[in-house]
Design a protein around this ligand. Structure first.
Ligand SMILES: NC(=O)c1ccc[n+]([C@@H]2O[C@H](COP(=O)([O-])OP(=O)(O)OC[C@H]3O[C@@H](n4cnc5c(N)ncnc54)[C@H](O)[C@@H]3O)[C@@H](O)[C@H]2O)c1
Ligand SMILES: [Zn+2]
Length: 431
């Protein structure tokens, strides 16, 4: 390489991307108009059975039909999708296709499934070709995908603006995903009124996902601390940067205002629901470019190796640890571990999420105590013990975390196996 910058080894460039956003009460009713703007004539609406029973996808299909778009509904999305469930959804879409566009209606499970279906019906290849290495081949999507409008019905994942989809690989008991900018939805339509029916347990878990997205990416390694990349090697997650920081800070402020109210008064508190939906979108725009670290890396084995935990508020047909619970359980202990690497950012996060919190003598305890108090108030299980693990399980959980090297490398203080074992052990109970 020649030219300016050739001699630089430290990264000087960050990237930031997000889809256009339509936000607000009633935004869902405009989806027919929005999809017609993409020229689509035949559209598949993807959702899960629980959301289908609420009638939301049917309403969206009606708005599409008003614009002469032929709309069909697939309501077979699996809550916390697997390679198997995504392959089945893609097979359905292939057999019933071709489609000119997709609408994903639901939480991260439906939106992530729609991203995979869009990829697998727009281009040749199977899931394994595109999944992240070492599980898959990490093949680059060869071209543009079809228009995808993402309509979140949970306030949590931010998947409507991120460039990835996540799934359980059943045969290996691991979670992995596909990560490429082409997976980003074409438009995010975020309507807070869709979340009024969320059960308190889902509100709490998906809200903790927002918290972890915001705090993990706010405390992530700075983009300048990575080695300089060639243009073709640039990654979606480039480390904490000034633009992502802004979105994360605002998300934390909204959490402080409205998280508890959304859990406890969510059935009628439109303002709390609106703030939480905004927090989810904002955090998605932050972490979706900066990246997350240890709590999300630990969440993979915590969810993947579940034995018999069945959380209230979720489908009861199989054991599961919802994503939002799994990411939050080791967060307090992680932020004790990472404190030294960026003390001012940890303190600022605590201040934004609870401006009235009592000041701890040991500053390292400030952020963990704010998180623990919040988790107790909203009914999150008490540590990994609360979802069925004991100290004896820690050696089995550690390798699952260590496989998430991409996430661990985003922590400003890269953890060793012993560090992870210590974090998990001290997270068996959080209070
Ligand atoms: N792609 C990303 O960037 C990203 C980020 C974080 C998490 N995820 C993934 O997202 C998934 C979790 O998504 P989630 O937390 O949004 O939950 P979810 O999509 O799994 O849904 C959880 C439950 O809530 C129900 N539900 C959803 N909306 C409802 C509503 N408005 N009213 C009543 N019930 C409703 C669903 O039917 C389901 O039973 C995980 O698979 C996780 O790995 C993806
Ligand atoms: Zn998450």
């Amino acid at each position: 390489m020649t030219g300016p910058g050739a001699e630089l080894r430290e990264e000087t460039i960050f990237t930031w991307g997000a889809p256009p956003l339509k936000f607000g009460a009633g935004a869902t009713d405009e989806i027919g108009f929005d999809m017609s703007g993409f020229g689509a004539r035949r559209v598949l609406v993807l959702t899960d059975p629980g959301i289908s029973a609420l009638g939301i996808p049917q309403r969206i299909a009606d708005t599409l039909r008003r614009y002469d778009i032929d709309a069909e509904i697939f309501d077979g999305v699996h809550v916390e999708p697997t390679d198997d469930s995504m392959t089945k959804a893609a097979e359905y879409a292939r057999v019933q296709g071709p489609w000119d566009g997709f609408v994903a209606v639901g939480g991260g499970s439906a939106i992530d499934t729609a991203k995979a279906v869009n990829l697998l019906t727009s281009h040749p290849g199977e899931l394994m070709d595109y999944l992240n290495k070492p599980i898959g081949q990490a093949k680059t999507p060869p071209g543009q995908l079809k228009p995808l409008i993402a309509v979140p019905t949970t306030a949590g994942t931010g998947s409507e603006s991120t460039a990835m989809c996540v799934m359980d690989i059943l045969s290996m008991k691991v979670k992995t995903g596909i990560s490429h900018w082409r997976l980003r939805p074409t438009l995010a339509v975020v309507d807070p009124l869709l979340t009024m029916t969320l059960p308190p347990e889902v509100t709490a878990a998906s809200g903790m996902d927002i918290v972890c997205h915001a705090v993990e990416s706010y405390t992530a390694r700075l983009y300048t601390s990575f080695d300089r990349k060639e243009p073709e090697a640039r990654v979606t997650y480039c480390g904490a940067n000034p633009v992502s920081d802004l979105w994360c800070e605002k998300a934390m402020t909204l959490i402080a205002q409205s998280f508890r109210a959304a859990v406890h008064e969510g059935a009628h508190d439109v303002e709390a629901r609106t703030n939480m939906m905004m927090a989810a979108t904002f955090a998605g725009m932050g972490f979706g470019n900066a990246g997350v670290h240890i709590p999300h890396a630990n969440a993979y084995p915590i969810a993947g190796m579940v034995r018999d935990y069945r959380p209230a508020g979720y489908p009861q047909d199989e054991p599961m640890v919802p994503h939002g619970q799994s990411v939050s359980l080791t967060a307090p202990e992680t932020f004790r571990f990472s404190f030294d690497s960026a003390p001012e950012r940890h303190l600022r996060a605590a201040e934004l999420m609870d401006p009235r919190a009592e000041r701890r003598n040991d500053p390292r305890e400030q952020l963990p105590s704010v998180l623990v108090e919040l988790m107790r108030d909203i009914g999150i299980p008490n540590g990994i013990g609360g979802v069925g693990y004991t100290e004896d399980d820690v050696p089995d959980l550690v390798p699952g975390t260590m496989k998430q090297q991409r996430l661990l490398a985003t922590c400003p203080k890269t953890p060793t196996e012993d560090d992870i074992a210590g974090i998990l052990t001290r997270s068996v109970e959080n209070w």
